[in-house]
Design a protein around this ligand. Structure first.
Ligand code: FES
Length: 305
C-alpha cells in the first residue's frame, strides 16, 4: 500500500477525533441553521458543490504570492502582499462552504474532513502572520512557506475526500437504468404514496402526480439517502437524511445540499402493468464499472451485457 494511503487510513480510524468533531458540528449546526444559507453554500444554485470551486481563489492567490516570494525580487513584494491579503479575504466564503459540506459527513469522512479543515486553518493563520509581517516591513517569507505547506496538506486531504471517499460526488452517477421498456409493477399498486421498486438492481421511486405515474431515481444524489422513506410535500419529495428536496416529475433539485438532479424514467402503462425505461442523455455516459452491477444492498456481481 502507498505510504500516503497508510497515513489517510490511519486518520480515518482515529476515533479520538470524534468528540472534537461532535462539539464543532454542534456549534456549526447552530451557526448555519438557515436552510437558505446551507442551500447556497452547498452549491445547489450552480449545479455542483460550491466548496471546490470557491477554494480556487484563495489557493491561487496565496500560492502565487509564495511563487513571487520565491523569485527573491524585492520589486514583487508589494504584489505578493496584496495577493496574500486577497487570498485571506476570499478564504472566508470558501471555508464556510466547506464546513457546510462537512456537517453532512460522518465516520471516517468526518475525521478526515476535520483534519483537512485544521490544516487549512493552520495554513491561513500562517499566511495571516505573513501578511502582518509584510505590512510591518518584514519579508513574511517563512510564515508564507509554512502556510503553503499546510494548505498543500489540506488540499491533499480534500482530494482524498472528493476522489477516494466520493464526498460531493453524485452518488448515482454510474446508475443507468434499463434502456428498453421494463415491466416493474401492477399499475393499481402505485398510489400517491412513495413506492420503491427494484429495476435491474437500481432502486426507483414511483408515485402518482395529478393521477399520472411518475418515476425518479430512489437514491438521493447527495449521499444516497432512500427517497422513498422521505416525506412527500406537494409534488416534491424531501430526502430523509439531510433534507434535499427533489421535484417528483422533473427530478430537479429544489433545495440542497444535493446539487445534482435525480434520474428521470419514462413511464407507460400496458395491460394494467407499469413499464419503465431510462432514455435521458446522462444515462448514456460511459460507465467505468460496466459489467458490475452496483446495488447498495448486495455484493457487486458480474453480469452479462
Ligand atoms: S443523502 Fe443528503 S440530502 Fe439526501
Amino acid at each position: 500500500m502507498h505510504a500516503t494511503e497508510r497515513v489517510v487510513e490511519r486518520l480515518e480510524r482515529q476515533q479520538g477525533l470524534d468528540a472534537a468533531a461532535e462539539r464543532i458540528a454542534g456549534v456549526l449546526s447552530r451557526a448555519l441553521r438557515s436552510e437558505g444559507l446551507r442551500d447556497v453554500l452547498s452549491g445547489r444554485p450552480i449545479g455542483h458543490p460550491l466548496h471546490p470551486a470557491a477554494v480556487m481563489v484563495p489557493i491561487g492567490t496565496l500560492m502565487s504570492a509564495t511563487l513571487l516570494d520565491a523569485t527573491g525580487d524585492p520589486l514583487l513584494r508589494p504584489a505578493a502582499r496584496r495577493l496574500v491579503g486577497m487570498g485571506l479575504l476570499s478564504a472566508a466564503p470558501a471555508a464556510l462552504a466547506g464546513w457546510s459540506d462537512w456537517l453532512d459527513t460522518e465516520g471516517a469522512e468526518r475525521r478526515v474532513g476535520l483534519v483537512h479543515a485544521a490544516a487549512n486553518v493552520v495554513g491561513l493563520a500562517s499566511y495571516a502572520v505573513s501578511w502582518w509581517q509584510r505590512r510591518s516591513g518584514g519579508s513574511g517569507l517563512v510564515a508564507g512557506l509554512v502556510g503553503a505547506t499546510a494548505l498543500g496538506v489540506g488540499g491533499w486531504l480534500g482530494g482524498h475526500l472528493a476522489y477516494a471517499a466520493g464526498v460531493g460526488v453524485d452518488t448515482t452517477a454510474f446508475q443507468r437504468g434499463p434502456a428498453d421498456w421494463t415491466d416493474v409493477i401492477a399499475a393499481d399498486e402505485v398510489t400517491t404514496g412513495l413506492r420503491q421498486v427494484d429495476v435491474d438492481g437500481t432502486p426507483v421511486l414511483l408515485t402518482r402526480v395529478a393521477g399520472r405515474i411518475v418515476a425518479i431515481g430512489d437514491r438521493c444524489t447527495h449521499r444516497g439517502g432512500p427517497l422513498a422513506e422521505g416525506e412527500r410535500v406537494g409534488n416534491c419529495v424531501t430526502c430523509p437524511w439531510h433534507g434535499s428536496r427533489f421535484d417528483l416529475v422533473t427530478g430537479e433539485v429544489l433545495r440542497g445540499p444535493a446539487t445534482r438532479p435525480a434520474a428521470v424514467y419514462e413511464v407507460r402503462e400496458v395491460g394494467g402493468r407499469v413499464q419503465l425505461r431510462r432514455s435521458e442523455v446522462r444515462a448514456l455516459r460511459a460507465n467505468p464499472v460496466a459489467g458490475v452491477d452496483i446495488h447498495p444492498d448486495r455484493e457487486p456481481q458480474l453480469v452479462q451485457r
